[in-house]
Design a protein around this ligand. Structure first.
Ligand code: ZN
Length: 161
């Protein structure tokens, strides 16, 4: 069975950045996604379309087809008052916030100088060239319910709370 819209794909992968450092991996058959539902980055989804179980490949995905390029305007100054008063704010800390379109984003503290906190709202993988070692384990038809929800359900049916 070939990968196409509304197929559920089980995928093993190792994800490395441009320098070969492993960022993420799943090699036990536990990663599944619904093809065509924007569950995974576009560059990887495109590379898998039309393939079937047993296919292996090295897929190279530029930032534009992954998490986007880094946007300097997302590096901003914030007041210390915007952060929890009882927490020591240090570079590298991450907080959840709302982006310009109301979407959930993670902001990272870049530096702290007195009352002024510099934050970076870029995705941690923005600007990163991604390299995937992939192996397709299984391809099956999605159920009507999975298509409706836009994501995969577990073997026993519905898994969300
Ligand atoms: Zn669901």
């Amino acid at each position: 069975m070939q990968i196409a819209e509304n197929k559920v794909v089980t995928l093993n992968y190792t994800l490395k950045d441009g320098s070969g450092k492993v960022i993420d991996e799943s090699n036990d058959g536990s990663f599944v996604y619904l093809h065509g539902a924007q569950n995974i980055i576009p560059g990887l989804e495109d590379a898998l379309a039309g393939r079937s179980a047993g296919y292996t490949a090295d897929v190279s995905v530029p930032p534009e087809q992954a998490y986007g390029v880094r946007d300097p305007s997302r590096i901003q100054s914030a007041s210390r008052e915007m952060f929890p008063a009882d927490t020591e704010i240090e570079p590298g800390m991450q907080f959840h916030a709302k982006g310009p379109e109301g979407q959930a984003i993670v902001i990272m503290v870049v530096s702290v100088e007195g009352d002024n906190v510099t934050i970076d709202g870029n995705h941690p993988l923005a600007g990163v060239h991604l390299n995937f070692d992939v192996e397709i384990i299984e391809v099956r038809d999605a159920t009507a319910e999975e298509v409706e929800h836009g994501h995969v359900h577990g073997p026993d049916g519905h898994h969300h709370a």
